[in-house]
Write a protein that binds this ligand. Structure first.
Ligand code: SF4
Length: 754
């Protein structure tokens, strides 16, 4: 069968070694990676969120929170204008003749709108003004088209309104427009780093890309920059361009060494198939090669691309280090600072982007700006930030992204550092990372030793493919573990004590909660049930059970350390009437707030076939006996030598075998935060006391009906026996309490529309 991917991999230059990754990519076992590297957009080591349409107010709160925690931020400005369109370009950029009179008005307008946008950011996140900027970047487009007066105006604004006191300033331009006088202007404005696209040192290839400069211009720009006093000069090169041979890339590398360039970015171009059919970057426009067609025969195949890539690694090995992937820096110079600020595991600081198509992010959420210039301006004219889409990161995805970013640096990823970032959680306890590590180790793309993950040489070459295929959300959903449902509800348990010393009785406390306490509002997506211990360890004692729609919904209001987010503080400020009720509650007993002991549990598995519905857990109706559910909280422990992954995989693969008694519902939860971190509980929800008594009228004593049910559901019984080989089970001898619901929160009218 004709296999175009293997054909492309077999497109090799016989005068160069077969790439080291050839055998790996040719193996049918690694087809997913071959498919990825054949179709990926270039420069795509991006780390998208997994919660779509994340509310913008929550996003700004998250940004403010992360900015307050971070030592520094990366701030960047996009000036989307160019004097021609490169044939491969899919960026949103406005093509202008920089000399024409009308263009001067556009430059002014670009700066005006940029300032307007930055001002709106400062309104939304006032602490941004004082945040220490680690690196300030002006990207493009071609910002070096900006007339001197406009660039000065832009810089005066940023210097006045942001904290650039510790920032390095970096500027991206186009070689022909970075004239000596422009470089002097940049130097005078405080820039110490410049960056520009060379793409190739072969003039025919440069011309075939539609770029209007020559290799000689690039060399002259480098010489001029040095004369003006820049010792930080970063150039962009592309490999895989039409008509480009491995020899051409070898020549590019020789030029880099000869010119002793301080920083080189080597980017792999899309393959022909991608260039002809798909759009990358903004996803908005086709490249000129797509529109007008490029000679597909002229595109080097995948095999040649990897020969080029490995040649680059070999040529630069003596004098350069790669950090992160594709970014090479001379041994005598530090790595690209802005990349380190956002990808190094000990940093991963927030990034704020101002301008068309910019993307800003923090550890909790990200947002991408509009890429259409007209719409961008219209939204700003309405006084809104021009944000097109926003996404949040679920807790597990946050860990995955942090790990992937760390991997992209090509440095060993250390669990010690990871634990510092995630409140002591190991990356091995994240099911997605742990599974990926197993797969990648077996594929010899990385090694794991002493809590440190290190990429092998093949892993370094294929790191983007690793990041984008082994941890992607699409893949996450296929995991056998059931806690992959990142939008699953969170169950939170808070121990509650009444003030018996002051003579408060259970009956008084319950009466208050039912009459008044239940009116204390809940955050949107949250509800609680007050439970009283019916039998077992905590008989007669209280517990608050929160059920929260999802982890992201919880995280909007509560931080990982149990404290409230700014959005939560705002919630309470907006509801002053709740304060009096809260004070009254606290005169009788404790409320579900620190320092109360609590645990947040995420859902590992549940019986979806159960007859127990999602209805209220406690309900009173005039003239009728109150309806109250029973909630059994049964703690579990793993047997010696059984690891969490083995138990969870067993549960994931077998929980469908569980048939519950009528009106009973099984859930398995795992402690995610708080006092019982990583511990398991079975949470059994039973529709009524009668339904409990029907099968277990006394602790651990089953009725005949329970025995008959077990006979009729032998596979469930068998599954429980298999379970017991791995972990303890509900009921004795483990600690457990069956609770009875005695009150429930009432829906908060004010929450509508929150
Ligand atoms: S690739 Fe860069 S320089 Fe070329 S047109 Fe696009 S934005 Fe402008």
């Amino acid at each position: 069968m004709n296999d175009i991917l293997l054909d492309s991999l077999n497109d090799l230059d016989p005068r160069y070694p077969v790439p080291q990754v050839y055998d790996f990519l040719a193996s049918p076992d690694n087809r997913d990676i071959l498919e990825y590297v054949s179709r990926d957009p270039f420069g795509c080591h991006v780390f998208p969120g997994d919660i779509k349409d994340y509310p913008l107010e929550a996003y700004f709160q998250d940004m403010a929170h992360d900015i307050a925690q971070a030592k520094q931020i990366h701030l960047w400005v996009s000036i989307p204008t160019c004097r021609y369109r490169c044939h491969f370009c899919q960026f949103p950029t406005i093509i202008l003749n920089p000399q024409s009179a009308p263009s001067q008005a556009v430059f002014r307008q670009l700066v005006d709108y940029n300032i307007k946008e930055a001002t709106l950011w400062l309104d939304k996140v006032p602490t941004l003004a004082g945040a220490e900027v680690g690196e300030f970047n002006i990207f493009g487009g071609t910002p070096s088209l900006l007339p001197a007066a406009e660039l000065q105006r832009l810089m005066a604004f940023y210097r006045q309104h942001f904290n650039l006191s510790a920032a390095t300033l970096r500027f991206e331009g186009e070689p022909a427009t970075l004239t000596k006088s422009y470089l002097e202007l940049l130097k005078a404005l405080g820039f110490s780093k410049i960056s520009f696209g060379v793409q190739s040192f072969n003039n025919d290839i440069i011309a075939a890309c539609g770029r209007r400069h020559t290799a000689e211009t690039c060399e002259q720009t480098i010489a001029n920059a040095r004369e003006v006093g820049f010792d930080w000069i970063s150039i962009d090169l592309i490999y895989g361009l039409p008509g480009q041979s491995v020899d051409d890339v070898k020549y590019d590398m020789e030029k880099c060494r000869e010119l002793a360039i301080s920083h080189v970015v080597c980017t792999k171009l899309h393959l022909a198939e991608f260039m002809k059919q798909r759009t990358g970057v903004s996803g908005q426009r086709q490249s000129l090669w797509q529109k007008k067609g490029a000679n597909s025969q002229a595109f080097p195949g995948l095999g040649k691309q990897y020969q080029m890539r490995e040649l680059i690694e070999r040529y630069l090995a003596a004098d350069y280090r790669e950090h992160p992937t594709m970014y090479f820096h001379r041994n005598t110079q530090p790595a690209e600072k802005w990349k380190g600020l956002i990808t190094d595991l000990d940093k991963q600081y927030p990034e704020v982007a101002i301008g068309l198509g910019g993307s800003s992010k923090c550890s909790l959420a990200e947002a991408i700006n509009i890429t259409d210039y007209r719409r961008y301006k219209a939204v700003l004219d309405e006084g809104q930030l021009p944000i097109d889409s926003s996404q949040g990161f679920s807790p597990l995805q946050r860990e995955v992204n942090a790990f992937k970013m760390a991997l992209s640096t090509l440095r060993p990823v250390c669990n010690h550092e990871f634990r510092k970032r995630f409140d002591g959680r190991s990356f091995f306890s994240n099911p997605f990372i742990s599974r990926a590590l197993k797969t990648l180790t077996s594929k010899t793309l990385l090694t794991v030793s002493d809590d440190v993950v290190t990429l092998t040489p093949n892993g370094v070459t294929l790191v983007e493919a690793i990041i984008n295929t082994q941890f992607s959300s699409g893949d996450i959903w296929k995991l056998p573990v059931t806690n992959t449902d990142v939008s699953a509800p969170v169950f939170s348990l808070y121990y509650i004590a009444i003030d018996t010393e002051a003579g408060v009785t259970n009956a008084q406390f319950e009466a208050f909660v039912r009459e008044k306490g239940c009116k204390i509002p809940c955050y949107p997506g949250w509800r609680w049930t007050l439970l009283r211990g019916l039998r077992g360890e905590r008989t007669g004692q209280f517990m608050m059970l929160y059920e929260i729609e999802s982890a992201e919904c919880r995280d909007r209001y509560q931080r990982a350390d149990g404290n409230l987010t700014p959005l939560a503080h705002q919630f309470w400020r907006d509801r002053p009437q709740a304060q009096e009720l809260l004070r009254e509650w606290q005169r009788l007993g404790t409320f579900s707030a620190l320092p109360t002991l609590y645990t947040d549990y995420h859902l590992l598995a549940e019986n979806k076939k159960s007859t127990v519905t999602d209805g209220p857990r406690y309900r009173e109706r005039p003239g009728e006996e109150a309806e109250a559910r029973v909630i059994g909280i049964h703690n579990l422990a793993l047997r010696p030598d059984v690891d969490a992954q083995a138990f969870e995989t067993f549960i994931a693969e077998n929980h469908h075998r569980i048939e519950d008694y009528p009106d009973w519902k099984f859930r398995l939860l795992k402690g995610e935060r708080g006092n019982r971190l990583d511990q398991y509980v079975v949470m059994m929800e039973i529709a009524s006391l009668a339904a409990l008594d029907q099968f277990y009228p006394q602790p651990d004593i089953a009725t005949d009906e329970a025995a008959i049910f077990a006979q009729a559901h032998r596979d469930t019984k068998q599954m429980y026996e298999e379970w017991k080989q791995l972990a303890s089970f509900s009921g004795s001898p483990q600690i457990y309490t069956d609770y009875l619901a005695v009150a429930e929160s009432q829906p908060d009218e004010d929450n509508r529309g929150d």
